[in-house]
Design a binder for this molecule. Sequence first.
Ligand code: PSU
Ligand code: MN
Length: 302
Amino acid sequence: MKNPAIHISEEVQQALYEGRGVVALESTIITHGMPYPQNRDTAVQVEEAVRESGAVPATIAILNGEITVGLTESQLETLATTDDAMKLSRADLAMAVSRGAMGSTTVAATMIAADLAGIKVFATGGIGGVHQGAELSFDVSADLTELSRTKVTVICAGAKAILDIPKTLEVLETLGVPVLTYQQDDIPAFWSRESGLASPLRVDTINQIVDFMRARDALNIDGGVLIANPVPSESEIPRPEMSKLIDQAVRESQEQGIHGKAVTPWLLGRIVELSNGKSLKTNQALIKNNARLAGELACALS
Ligand code: PSU
Ligand code: MN
């Protein structure tokens, strides 16, 4: 890898060189998704979950303009306490690089960096998607188009339930992004195991995911794959309970004119308040669960 804008940690470089399993991890969840110190603690625990599966974690962020793949614990701490880090997607990733800024990567930007580094598997909490009211606001996350063009497999707990999940699934289908739900028929809804919507596809084993990815390669089909992994039962907040909080948060965000990049962080923060911190615990549990599955998949592919 001879890209001057990218720094890959020695451990990650070594693992890639040896063909071991490597899992990319995003950083917007650290800067814009959770409060301190839960953001740092979760980031550390997610890396541990990847390691327990036998893979090497590679958290990705922009540190002083350098795309950094594989953060040290002190770099994680710095990022977790940087208040003005830029939330970066495809459109503005290069601005953080050209300005030498601090920035965190969304699903879209993490996919770009992972692909540049040669990492094939990426674990996150929930992807961005089509927002409620998008027919008026046109707010559709760039995560969806990135999934259609960049060849990385993303493990999530479904689209965040703050979104319009049926519209998100429609757009993914239009863009040709396969959505594979792990071990159940219903597509999960982030904090809840069930959404009431059938997943387009279902897989029950890691081997089935590997076979699917290999078949896609053989057919020369480009772009990413989305794996939806339901939150563990013991940590879930059932959908009826979540729905009330989500409706209130979405209504308030519209009344207050929150728009653009601020929408997702604002809603997530408000839902943590409205649930008295319960949604944060679920968020932590589901991302660790995704990191474990991603680690197993990365090892099976290596
Ligand atoms: N899921 C979370 N917390 C987050 C995000 C997802 O639990 O902070 C972030 C991801 O980085 C995702 C981004 O890519 O929100 C989507 O933002 P937007 O809707 O502005 O595209
Ligand atoms: Mn948006």
